[in-house]
Design a protein around this ligand. Structure first.
Ligand SMILES: *[C@@H]1O[C@H](CO)[C@@H](O)[C@H](O)[C@H]1NC(C)=O
Ligand SMILES: *[C@@H]1O[C@H](CO)[C@@H](O)[C@H](O)[C@H]1NC(C)=O
Ligand SMILES: *[C@@H]1O[C@H](CO)[C@@H](O)[C@H](O)[C@H]1NC(C)=O
Ligand SMILES: [Cu+2]
Length: 681
């Protein structure tokens, strides 16, 4: 369900007109224990697995990361070295394949070039789909006589029909078949925005193991929405254009202020590792911050990534009710990543990284410019004060501009574009921004005006014959915080009103903070809608000089909770959305809040189930899972393409430093730009 055609890479073009030393920073791979599998390692996996299973269909290949303790000890010895010693302990790949209608979990040892284990998984649910099987399945209706007849009946030319495969969720069946439904759009050449032209009333079901249509219906005729006004390309818009914004750019004549050792990024007081995973997309690891007072790097986060995304549509119609996607685990946030467009997706001073993933037959595929990293000076203020109260003195003003470092990836999962930013601030904050753009999933309708509508249409009429269907976007983040080491606790700070009933104060009330340390997993679950509880991960073994526990505070953004009934099978699959906050003890195999096999899952392996064990989480190596997102009741402005909608959260130091850590950060000097008539070299 990713966009089938990937955009061109502009890297070469960019090199030809920019001569900044930025582009000498070409990432290299293979040294760091958490580096993503390289192209040659992915080739090695393919060769080994195909020796045993000639017809293997690959669904996931990713790094099986070494034991956390080994990674941490390697890191502590090599963090400060510009030439770290390679991690030689082992390199392993975790592989999910499907062959002869069976799902296999294979562990490959790349160091010894052997298969360590191979298990058949016969539990519920299926691995993530690969792109190629979706493409093959989507083409089946176009040669299927009943579908061709359906198109003829509608007066549509089959050669101008485009179809897509959709996962179907789960409805309480004991045993499921590995199927998808196919829905189609009309693309008669008048516009490229086929998503705004759905062909309704038809549903084809394809069994992916047999790769054939096993069910088909055509139950009603609905007009295909018009092409008018759906095209969003600049080249086809009619004047007048809005050109009121004048030219601008971002210049760093002395190059960036960050350095790369392979995929290890060092910038200002931060350092961290970056890798691409075909399922979750960007993984930030081993993030630590330099403390000037203590003169050392202090650990903040072992691993952070999007662990799952849930997008349930709210239309109960026959062709639509199955649209309840777990995007990361069904379609792959990493596989769907798109090459970032220099100067548009990322500013002029960005550095780009490529990435690799495995296709259906095991061959690696490259995504150029999958990540960009850049320093942001958006004109914001890091801190300031104007002092006008000093007797006999002029006003004294101190301001520090906020320069931050951003890591960006964009994933285009069919109609939607998800943009994810990990932003590092010198103040110690890690700010995550998730943004949505792209196309609404719209349903064709006979209505052309809201006055005609007297039934539940499950959405908003956004244009004639076009209904934007209501849905949610829930994103869950796996945040393995290690604040000054692994043993951490979750502290809830409850802000409570206190009534003053005696005469001790003329005031009648105030609020205070009551701290509660979560002892077990069930204590930690929390819905954040009231805003009166703050979430702080502390190291209970470490205090500041004045005696507060060192910690990091989760500042929630775009908080949402579930609006489906807890007994709805879809809510059971997407149960990680029941709470905004969950905490589990670290367990290498608990990686995804929705479970490992989420396609048609029964909700029997997910965070709601794991936490029922109610394990101890106090003063343990813990993982914080945060669910944020958006309820999306579409509006006309979302047609024909949505202006970006952003949310996210921030992890902010809480008594981590003894005082303001950016007191001594000097404002960057205004840059002198090079002689513009100088020729590029
Ligand atoms: C359908 O579209 C194809 C490709 O554009 C064209 O060659 C063909 O003539 C069309 N058929 C009809 C019946 O319009
Ligand atoms: C780790 O997680 C897996 C999957 O939930 C579970 O089977 C296993 O028992 C867990 N291990 C520990 C030590 O809790
Ligand atoms: C600008 O660069 C050109 C070509 O390299 C050189 O001839 C010229 O003297 C430079 N001007 C200044 C002001 O540095
Ligand atoms: Cu939406």
């Amino acid at each position: 369900m990713c966009s089938l055609i990937r955009g061109p890479s502009f890297r070469i073009l960019l090199l030809s007109f920019l001569t900044l030393n930025v582009f000498i920073l070409v990432p290299t791979y293979g040294l760091h224990p958490l580096d993503a599998l390289t192209r040659s390692e992915l080739n090695q996996v393919q060769t080994l697995v195909k020796k045993s299973y000639k017809n293997a269909n690959f669904h996931y290949v990713g790094l099986d990361e070494p034991e956390k303790s080994k990674v941490i000890s390697w890191h502590s010895q090599n963090q400060l070295k510009t030439k770290p010693v390679p991690f030689l302990d082992h390199r392993r790949a975790f592989v999910l394949i499907r062959v002869d209608s069976k799902s296999h979990e294979i562990l490959v040892d790349l160091t010894s070039n052997s298969i360590l284990s191979d298990k058949v998984y016969d539990g519920n649910g299926y691995a993530m789909l690969n792109n190629e099987e979706q493409e093959i399945a989507s083409a089946l209706p176009l040669k299927y006589p009943p579908f061709i007849a359906s198109m003829a009946k509608r007066g549509l030319n089959v050669s101008k029909v485009l179809c897509e495969a959709f996962t179907i969720g789960w409805y309480g069946e004991k045993k499921t078949k590995r199927v998808v439904t196919i829905m189609c759009y009309y693309n008669d050449g008048t516009t490229l925005n086929f998503y705004m032209r759905p062909i309704e009333g038809i549903k084809a079901t394809v069994n992916l193991d047999q790769m054939k249509i096993v069910d088909y219906h055509d139950r009603l005729m609905i007009p295909v929405p018009k092409a008018d006004g759906t095209d969003y390309r600049e080249s086809v818009q009619n004047p007048p254009f809005d050109t009121r914004i004048k030219g601008m750019t971002i210049l760093q004549p002395d190059g960036p202020s960050f350095t790369l050792d392979g995929n290890h990024v060092r910038w200002a007081n931060w350092d961290f590792h970056l890798a691409l995973d075909m399922r979750v997309g960007p993984i930030i690891s081993l993030a630590s911050i330099y403390d000037h007072e203590m003169r050392k790097h202090r650990r903040v986060m072992y691993r952070g990534y999007i662990s799952e995304m849930f997008v349930p549509y709210q239309d109960m119609g026959d062709e639509w009710c199955t649209k309840t996607f777990l995007d990361a685990g069904e379609f792959g946030f990493g596989i769907c990543a798109m090459p970032l467009q220099p100067l548009k997706d990322c500013p002029q001073n960005a550095v780009f990284f490529d990435g690799y993933y495995t296709t259906r037959d095991g061959t690696p595929a490259k995504i150029s410019n999958v990540f960009c990293i850049f320093e942001r000076n958006a004109g914001d203020v890091m801190w300031r004060h104007s002092e006008a109260m000093l007797p006999g003195e002029d006003v004294i003003t101190e301001v520090r501009p906020d320069v931050t470092l951003v890591v960006r990836m964009v994933s285009t999962v069919a109609n939607y574009d998800y943009m994810i930013d990990w932003e590092f601030k010198q103040s110690g904050s890690i700010k995550v921004t998730t943004s949505l753009s792209g196309m609404l999933a719209v349903k064709g309708s006979m209505y052309t005006h809201t006055d005609q509508i007297e039934e539940e249409v499950y959405g908003t009429l956004v244009a004639e014959n076009t209904i934007g269907i209501r849905h949610d976007h829930f994103l869950n983040f796996h945040l393995d915080l290690d604040i000054d080491g692994e043993p951490n606790s979750l502290m809830k700070a409850h802000l409570q009103m206190v009534k003053v009933s005696d005469e001790s104060s003329p005031r009648k009330s105030y609020w205070k903070v009551v701290h509660e340390v979560a002892k077990t997993e069930l204590d930690a679950k929390l819905q954040l809608n009231s805003g009166a509880t703050e979430i702080i991960v502390v190291n209970p073994n470490k205090k500041t000089k004045v005696g507060n526990y060192v910690g990091y505070h989760l500042i929630p953004g775009s908080v949402i909770g579930p609006l489906l009934w807890e007994e709805d099978h879809q809510q059971i699959r997407g149960a990680f959305t029941n709470y905004n906050v969950w905490v589990t003890p670290y367990n290498k195999s608990e990686k995804y809040a929705g479970g490992l096999y989420v396609d048609q899952a029964h909700g029997d392996d997910n965070i709601a189930k794991w936490t029922l064990r109610n394990r101890d989480i106090e003063n343990k190596d813990i993982v914080l899972w945060y669910t944020q997102g958006f309820h999306h009741a579409p509006q006309q402005e979302d047609f024909p393409i949505m202006p970006t909608l952003s949310g996210g959260f921030e992890l902010r130091p809480s008594n981590f430093f003894d005082y303001n850590p950016v007191l001594k950060v000097i404002s960057p000097k205004p840059a002198k730009w090079v002689n513009c008539s100088a020729k590029p070299t």
